[in-house]
Design a protein around this ligand. Structure first.
Ligand SMILES: C[S@@+](CC[C@H](N)C(=O)[O-])C[C@H]1O[C@@H](n2cnc3c(N)ncnc32)[C@H](O)[C@@H]1O
Length: 322
């Protein structure tokens, strides 16, 4: 993994000014959107002028991952597109959901933890292809999810809730015998990670830790799951980053939106515990990076509207103190 230092906002005044400007632009764009003719197939979205903080330094790269947001520039690289074949995703869209899987797989490969015998632990795995890809590389995997949880019906309806082992190799990424030997499934509530889950080389979750009820519960999960790693082990977890406000957000409920300040607070807590994490909050400067998709969603979906907010995907990448 290549770690690099990202710049931080210079003055509080400048950030506040930009926040107000971005919120004004979001309000204007929202009222424009409310007039669009969805039935006629008009564009479902609006343009976000900028996120509520300065876009300093170079944008995030792929390869060369740190903790970073999903941006269009990453999707245009050969390294990114190669994951389409490797994870058997038939078509690559300008879509943050695919980015989340590709980010996690790439992060683990760059960190050197994808090797025969290296143990992986996945949380809230749904039907994602990651467990079967790691197993196809010879990694014993413990895949977990929370069937029967509060929102289980909603997840099951969208094909995202893992309730049996077979679902996890749907695309046939891993040889069936190898898969049966290497992958086990366990019911785990991310709010109470069991103490016996230890000595893993890598842990991951995609689009899950924003669903634990509150910002604080999500942050607590990331800190708690570090105990499941062996020293030097790597964690990659993707989640929501609010890109329309630095201060107001969805703090509780079925889906929460982390603010930049929440993720910076998390990074500080992880560093204080001796772990290694580098962050950039650059959210991209291509046209697709400014586009906020609105329901019914399309496949130009790096940012989307959720409630009164615009959100994108953010990958948290941490190496445990070793
Ligand atoms: C949006 S789906 C993502 C599924 C999959 N990771 C993917 O990327 O396709 C959210 C997942 O989080 C899981 N989840 C929600 N609350 C959970 C909890 N308290 N403990 C464990 N998993 C949970 C759901 O069961 C579901 O599989």
């Amino acid at each position: 993994m290549t770690w690099k230092t990202a710049p931080v906002a210079t003055t509080v005044t400048r950030v506040r000014g930009l926040t107000r400007r971005a919120e004004r632009s979001l309000r204007a764009a929202r009222s424009a959107w409310s007039g669009t003719d969805v039935e006629a197939g008009a564009a479902h979205g609006f343009e976000l002028e900028m996120p509520p903080w300065p876009q300093e330094g170079p944008g995030p790269t792929f390869p060369g991952l740190i903790s970073q947001a999903c941006t269009d520039a990453q999707l245009r690289t050969a390294a990114y597109r190669a994951w389409g074949d490797r994870l058997r995703v038939p078509q690559i869209y300008v879509h943050r959901k695919q980015w989340e899987w590709f980010f996690i797989a790439q992060a683990m490969e760059e960190a050197g933890v994808v090797r025969p015998g290296a143990r992986g632990l996945g949380f809230g795995v749904g039907e994602e292809p990651l467990a079967s890809w790691f197993a196809s590389q010879g990694c014993p995997v413990t895949a977990t999810d929370y069937p029967g949880g509060e929102h289980a019906d909603a997840w099951a309806g969208s094909g995202e809730l893992a309730s049996s082992l077979a679902q996890l190799n749907n695309a046939g990424i891993c040889d069936a015998d190898e898969f049966a030997e290497l992958v086990s499934f366990r019911r785990v509530d991310m709010r109470e990670v069991p103490d016996d889950l230890v000595d893993f080389d890598f842990t991951w979750s995609s689009c899950a830790f924003e669903h634990l009820g509150s910002i604080e519960e999500g942050l607590r999960f990331i800190e708690r799951q570090m105990d499941a790693l062996r020293p030097g082990g790597v964690a990659a977890h993707t989640t929501e980053l609010n890109v329309s406000s630095a201060t107001e957000t969805l703090e509780t409920g079925p889906t929460v939106l982390f603010r930049r300040l929440d993720l910076e607070r998390l990074a500080a807590r992880l560093r204080a515990a001796g772990h290694e994490i580098q962050c950039t909050f650059h959210t991209g400067d291509y046209p697709n990076d400014r586009w906020v998709d609105t329901p019914p969603f399309t496949n130009t979906h790096l940012k989307c509207r959720m409630g009164e907010h615009a959100t994108t995907s953010f990958g948290v990448l941490v190496r445990k103190a070793g």
